[in-house]
Design a binder for this molecule. Sequence first.
Ligand code: ADP
Ligand code: MG
Length: 325
Amino acid sequence: MGDLLLRVKDLYTHFYTFEGTVKALDGISLELKRAETLGLVGETGCGKSVTALSILGLIPCPPGKVEAAEIWFDGVDLLKLDKEEMRAIRGKKIAMIFQEPATALNPVFPVGEQTAEIIRIHKQVSKREGMQKAVEMFHLVGIPDPDRVSKKYPHELSGGMNQRVMIAAKLSSNPALLVADEPTTALDVTVQAQILQLMKGLVQRFRTAVIFITHDLGVVAEICDRVAVMYAGVIVESSKTRVLFENPRHPYTRSLLQAIPKLVERIDRLPVISGTVPSLINPPSGCRFHPRCSLADSPCKVEKPSPTSVEAEHWVSCFRYDQGD
Ligand SMILES: Nc1ncnc2c1ncn2[C@@H]1O[C@H](COP(=O)(O)OP(=O)(O)O)[C@@H](O)[C@H]1O
Ligand SMILES: [Mg+2]
């Protein structure tokens, strides 16, 4: 397993609020190899961001509480690290990019200066060298006229351009893992495609592993080697990306795939998944998807299904996955 970079086992994250305990994650397990891109996909509120933030040690406690059997990253047990050690890993070996690049950037400094500062934290270089490297990185992420752009402030740049700046800044430390939480969701479709292509090229070139969080299966198909489908705080199915599209087994995955609009279909005939994502304060018993599932039977209501291997590298957490073909 020399290629393994991250292993998460039985991750439970709860939030203690006035309304009650939000059981946001209910036993998440996942693995990621070096240079692999894993898509984490599911509807809003299913726990994708909380999964990422839990791994990164960024859940505010209180109100949050993170418990796991294991969060192992590149030979280190992250659960044993103190805040300082965790911060060091986050800055250098694990990088994050988010949906709104403009909010992650500091509005009062030019983007080149900010990127140079980030570079100077990791590499012991002079101010001038930091700036040179920042401009080099801007060039690498396809920013036109990088010298000129480096002197601009975030509000003077488009969303797509700011996201390129973010990617340049974050990849400058050559992290082993990049966590990208909906990085293209706020962008126009054409810009989104460009940024996806850019990320794909860069992670191949630098051999960066990526956890790519999205609610969009189209994006997953574009960029991910493997995919984990989340529903209400649980990973319900995981496999190689192509396998998931060709042979989805969980009823939730199947409905997600059916809900992707096809260009030829009339919009009013789009199937929808009936019902809504349940409250995570009082989640359904047994399989959390059972109230919305047309195949649900008595065991689904009382027992939690555990991941079953249906073929090589393909797991599904469902008692009825072999029904309903
Ligand atoms: N700080 C918090 N306090 C209380 N509940 C939270 C907090 N952060 C997230 N949650 C809850 O955890 C669940 C998962 O949220 P999230 O991971 O943000 O979903 P996603 O990223 O898939 O849209 C949601 O029910 C959300 O309300
Ligand atoms: Mg989110």
